[in-house]
Design a protein. Structure first.
Length: 234
């Protein structure tokens, strides 16, 4: 019988680029609903690649990834987009949209071609901007705001997607200290009240230890340690 509390399972996952460099090797992982897993490790250890494999952007060479007991690589992109949202480390964009339009893109997986967008879609987008303190940026051109402001907008876009699993790649890297802790508090509320599950790559070990239920230490593409923060960091 499937575990109803299980969100994500990775079994024996390997990832290799075209030049046969193995970036991820034998990754095994189970993630439960409402859990925040922090991923740490040196540069080049495969942290961002692991997020891309989990999100379906990259396909593993070997192994199996199950999302809500379904094979991730057999799910249509539209369905994956309803389950998983991603906030990348680099949020620079080449298109010339307003911040509120970028956030509204998070609703695209839910918009019917026949019915179009609904009032609820706009309400969800606006609420996501309020939560991330980016509502005041609504009319700003996404290219003309700071890196920290852009990260808040992309966090709002990810929340507007109403995912079950949120993937974050060093999401606090451009945020000043006040907004960094605001975002951490936002994530804590989402974990506790909404049952959101989060995987986040961290550069700041202190932040990682404060908010993560478990830490995964990745080194040379392999899981070196996984467990409670105090166990992994000692």
């Amino acid at each position: 019988m499937a575990d109803n509390n299980n969100i994500l399972t990775l079994k024996g996952v390997h990832f290799t680029y075209n030049d046969n460099r193995e970036i991820l090797s034998d990754i095994n992982l189970n993630l439960s609903k409402g859990e925040l897993l922090g991923i740490i490790g040196p540069n080049g250890s495969g942290k961002t690649t692991l997020l891309k494999v989990i999100s379906g952007i990259l396909k593993p060479k070997k192994g199996e990834i199950s999302l809500l007991s379904q094979n991730l690589n057999k799910l249509p992109i539209e369905q994956i987009a309803k389950f998983i949202s991603v906030v990348p480390q680099d949020t620079w964009v080449t298109f010339n949209f307003k911040a509120k339009e970028v956030v509204f893109m998070g609703r695209l997986p839910y918009i019917s071609r026949l019915k179009g967008e609904t009032l609820e879609d706009y309400q969800i987008s606006r609420e996501a901007m309020k939560k991330t303190h980016s509502l005041s940026l609504s009319e700003n051109n996404i290219q003309e705001i700071s890196g920290g402001e852009r990260q808040r907008v992309f966090m709002a876009k990810a929340l507007a997607q109403t995912p079950r699993l949120l993937l974050l790649d060093e999401f606090t890297s451009h945020l000043d200290l006040n907004y960094r802790y605001e975002m951490l508090n936002l994530l804590k509320r989402a974990l506790e009240k909404e049952g959101l599950t989060i995987i986040s790559v961290f550069h700041d070990l202190n932040l990682a230890s404060i908010i993560s239920h478990r830490l995964l230490l990745l080194n040379e593409g392999k899981i070196e340690k996984i467990g409670a923060p105090q166990e992994v960091l000692t």
